[in-house]
Design a protein around this ligand. Structure first.
Ligand SMILES: CC(C)(COP(=O)(O)OP(=O)(O)OC[C@H]1O[C@@H](n2cnc3c(N)ncnc32)[C@H](O)[C@@H]1OP(=O)(O)O)[C@@H](O)C(=O)NCCC(=O)NCCS
Length: 186
């Protein structure tokens, strides 16, 4: 569903249990080739709900991100997806910036993710956020033919306040990881 400026302002918030059906639909839109089975989303929600962020316009979800809380300072971004109609408005970047701000406030010092080397948009997004490639392309990382690159962001100890600047999407406000035939990239 495209963004509609007549709707409530967009906000990013933690997921709640009632979001799960919409989250499954959103994931299937963002990753049509390899959507998560519902039970996987259910378990991510159970384990990581405070780090499962959704982008909500008051009626529909347009994007989501799942991160892991810092473990000895290390966090992973497990998934990032924006619905096709809502892409290119800075929403993926906004989700990442919000999550990184949260992780920084929780004293993460390193954030990792993996991405399909052919997923130019995602690789570009992460690079612009300061992630750098670690090592060579990891062949068959997610199974035969599913190569991935590992990208890492170091977070400084002296935490800058989390950026609060919303993207250029209409009426966006702040409230509180496949491309080229979308395939799950981490
Ligand atoms: C990757 C994805 C989350 C990006 O979300 P988005 O809302 O479209 O991204 P944004 O508008 O915030 O733009 C993010 C970056 O993409 C790049 N980008 C934006 N529009 C683009 C376009 N039309 N073509 C190529 N790259 C583009 C830019 O580099 C931008 O970074 P910048 O703002 O630092 O310049 C989204 O495309 C998506 O859900 N894709 C399918 C699922 C997927 O691949 N997830 C990532 C798994 S690793």
């Amino acid at each position: 569903m495209p963004l509609n400026p007549d709707r409530m302002p967009l906000c990013i918030r933690s997921a709640v249990e009632n979001d799960l059906p919409a989250l499954a639909s959103l994931d299937a839109e963002a990753f049509p080739m390899e959507p998560y089975p519902f039970f996987v989303l259910r378990q991510f929600f159970d384990v990581y709900r405070d780090h499962l962020l959704v982008l909500d316009d008051g009626r529909l979800l347009h994007g989501y991100l799942i991160a892991t809380p810092p473990d000895a300072g290390l966090s992973w971004i497990l998934s990032l997806g924006v619905t096709p109609d809502s892409r290119g408005h800075g929403l993926g970047r906004w989700l990442m910036v919000q999550s990184l701000g949260q992780l920084r406030s929780e004293r993460a010092h390193e954030v990792r993710l993996t991405v399909d080397p052919d997923n130019d948009r995602a690789v570009s997004l992460y690079a612009h956020l300061g992630f750098t490639q670690t090592g060579d392309v990891q062949k068959d990382y997610l199974g035969p033919g599913k190569h991935r690159i590992l990208m890492t962001l170091e977070l400084p100890d002296s935490a800058a306040p989390p950026p609060e600047t919303p993207p250029s999407a209409p009426s966006a406000r702040v409230n509180s990881g496949r491309q080229g035939g979308p395939r799950r990239s981490w």
